[in-house]
Design a protein around this ligand. Structure first.
Ligand SMILES: NC(=O)CC[C@H](N)C(=O)O
Length: 214
């Protein structure tokens, strides 16, 4: 049986996620798959995603994977990365597209005009590069990761949720935005653990052994 299924709907940085998971979980079977049946049977599911949210949503549907992803998000350890995080919410400002509506909130664009640091430095969008991830909750996926470790980001949109209990970490750019959420069996991050060296590999290793305990 597949231990970890990485969902392939044609929009992902899947090679690096696959390589990283194989490296940290050598005893697990890790597959990249477009087959809903494989996703349904897997013990754990990872949903990455790159590009524009409207394309990701339509490709997910076109590949017949939407139901399998929703089912996974309700039933087993689930890791969303980048657009895999954004898709969990109600809608995105990017192309004004509906998301999977599993978690409450919207995905909004950085307010480019007001992106100035207290020192007067103008920040660029996309937010690209390494930045500190400030953990706001204790969670098994943060095990062995420093409370303000740096992870790699590349995005122009971020999650804005009214349910602050979902927030697992924030990053400052220049204000605090939600960069990780956690609820039951779901953990999802805006940054790229697969590109974040030791801290990222640690997070993936934690995911590979996580039992959310339902
Ligand atoms: N890294 C990406 O693929 C970007 C994702 C999304 N379009 C955003 O800008 O937030």
């Amino acid at each position: 049986m597949t231990d970890i299924a990485i969902v392939d709907y044609g929009m992902g940085n899947l090679r690096s996620v696959h390589k990283a998971l194989e490296h940290i979980a050598p005893d697990s079977t890790v597959v990249v798959t477009s087959d809903p049946a494989v996703v349904n049977k897997a013990s754990r599911v990872v949903v990455p995603g790159q590009g524009a949210m409207p394309n990701c949503m339509s490709e997910l549907k076109a590949c017949g994977l939407q139901d399998a992803v929703i089912r996974a998000a309700h039933s087993k350890p689930f890791l969303g990365i980048c657009i895999g995080l954004q898709m969990l919410f109600e809608e995105s400002e990017e192309g004004h597209v509906k998301g999977l509506d599993i978690l409450p909130g919207r995905v909004i664009h950085f307010p480019v005009k007001t992106m100035t640091t207290p020192e007067g430095l103008k920040l660029k969008v996309p937010h690209m590069g390494w930045n500190q991830v400030c953990q706001t909750v204790n969670h098994p996926l943060w095990k062995d990761i420093a409370k303000d470790a740096r992870f790699y980001f590349v995005h122009s949109y971020y999650v804005d949720t009214p349910d602050t209990a979902l927030i697992a970490a924030q990053t400052h750019y220049p204000f605090a935005f939600t960069c990780a959420v956690a609820k039951d069996n779901i953990f999802a991050v805006q940054f790229h653990p697969e590109k974040s060296h030791i801290a990222g590999l640690t997070l993936l290793r934690n995911f590979a052994t996580w039992s959310p305990g339902f």
